[in-house]
Design a protein around this ligand. Structure first.
Ligand SMILES: [Zn+2]
Length: 374
């Protein structure tokens, strides 16, 4: 006789009790194991939470301690707990502070480099390019060219640079688009590897400007739009665009004006900007100017005694041609410089003028072999 699959065999009497007991035991053991397992998982979770909380607390404490140490150790006159002035940490803070002073005196967030390391010489050559402008700055194997004379001056500038051992140029600055400032720059761009060109604030619709722009394009270098307040380095020297009035009606007044600092030596290059730019710089920046490359070839509006005195200007360079049509340098400008006891040197009288600085002093050597110090 076959047994149906769903047939239940129901034991009776004590056998049932025994089987129920076994079943309950097994069931209870399973429950116990499950409870133990849940408890273990909870403990594991709690331990993980504790570990994370501990880590957060430790990190927070370390951050607070480091911040407090930084603040306490920072040397300041008002801080009685300042560290010894000759310690490495004190030197670090001192050098950072010096670096700030070396650029603007105040408002230095744009400073992008370590402080100048002296021990080399900065040379600034104001080339005799007649009624035009060209300045070459070299330091520690780095070269900057500010303006490039007229078209006819290009080959002479290239020859001069090659004679000085220059084979690549870090920066060319075209202060503005007039031909007496950008004329020879296409030759310079064609002859050397150039890393970057600071373009004029405004384009000019002239053949000379097109030649310059084409040369920049072919050089495939960095192109920098002039932005007042921007700071760059030239080896250990630091330079800043301190004026560039893009809204000015006159191209001369739009000139990119540059301050170059090396140690305690500060130079300003005006392009063709005049008193409006000087007044703006005077109001906006707390800077020094040991040597002023006078704007606009020494025109009647090129300098004023307020700027010269406020900024302790000691020397002024004027780039102009002999017997030029504009009467530059103006008598009034020469008179103002003289009244303010500023040494005046111009390319019409002196030929190419070379200024050399070790970061402490500046010496001037002219083509006529005269030497001046300031
Ligand atoms: Zn000019």
């Amino acid at each position: 006789m076959s047994t149906a699959r769903n047939t239940k065999i129901v034991p009776c009497g004590s056998l049932v009790d025994e089987r129920l007991k076994v079943w309950y035991n097994i069931h209870n053991q399973r429950n116990t194991r499950r409870v133990l397992s849940i408890t273990k998982n909870k403990q594991k979770h709690n331990r993980k939470v504790m570990r994370i909380a501990t880590a957060i607390i430790v990190i927070t404490v370390i951050a607070i301690v480091l911040f407090a140490a930084f603040w306490i150790l920072k040397p300041s006159a008002a801080n009685p707990m300042a560290i010894a002035s000759d310690s490495p940490l004190a030197n670090f803070f001192a050098s950072a502070s010096d670096a700030n002073r070396s650029v603007f005196g105040l408002g230095t967030e744009k400073l992008a480099s370590a402080p100048a390391q002296l021990g080399t010489e900065l040379t600034v050559e104001y080339l005799d390019v007649g009624q035009a402008d060209c300045t070459i700055i070299t330091i520690d194997g780095h070269t900057m060219v500010i303006d490039g004379g007229n078209n006819k001056d290009g080959s002479d500038i290239v020859t001069h640079l090659k004679g000085a051992g220059v084979d690549e140029i870090d920066y060319i600055v075209a202060t503005h688009g007039h031909a007496d400032h950008i004329g020879g720059l296409d030759d310079v761009l064609n002859a050397f590897d150039v890393s970057a060109v600071v373009m004029p604030a405004t384009k000019c619709d002239t053949v000379t400007y097109n030649d310059f722009e084409t040369a920049v394009y072919l050089e495939n270098c960095d192109v920098i739009e002039p932005d007042e307040g921007s700071t760059y380095t030239l080896g250990p020297a630091v330079w800043t665009i301190v004026a560039c009035d893009k809204e000015a009606q006159d191209l001369n007044a739009q000139s990119t004006v540059i301050q170059m600092s090396y140690g305690d030596a500060d130079f300003i290059f005006m392009g063709d900007a005049e008193n409006d730019a000087l007044d703006y710089i005077d109001k906006t920046y707390d800077i020094r100017c040991d040597c002023l490359k006078v704007g606009h070839h020494g025109s009647a509006d090129a300098v004023n005694s307020r700027f010269l005195r406020n900024n302790n200007v000691r020397s002024a360079i004027i780039s102009c041609g002999i017997d030029n049509d504009y009467g530059h340098p103006a008598e009034s400008t020469l008179s103002t410089l003289q009244k303010c006891d500023v040494l005046e040197l111009d390319t019409a009288s002196c030929g190419t003028i070379r200024a050399v600085s070790d970061g402490y002093n500046i010496s001037y050597i002219t083509s006529t072999a005269e030497t001046h110090s300031s």
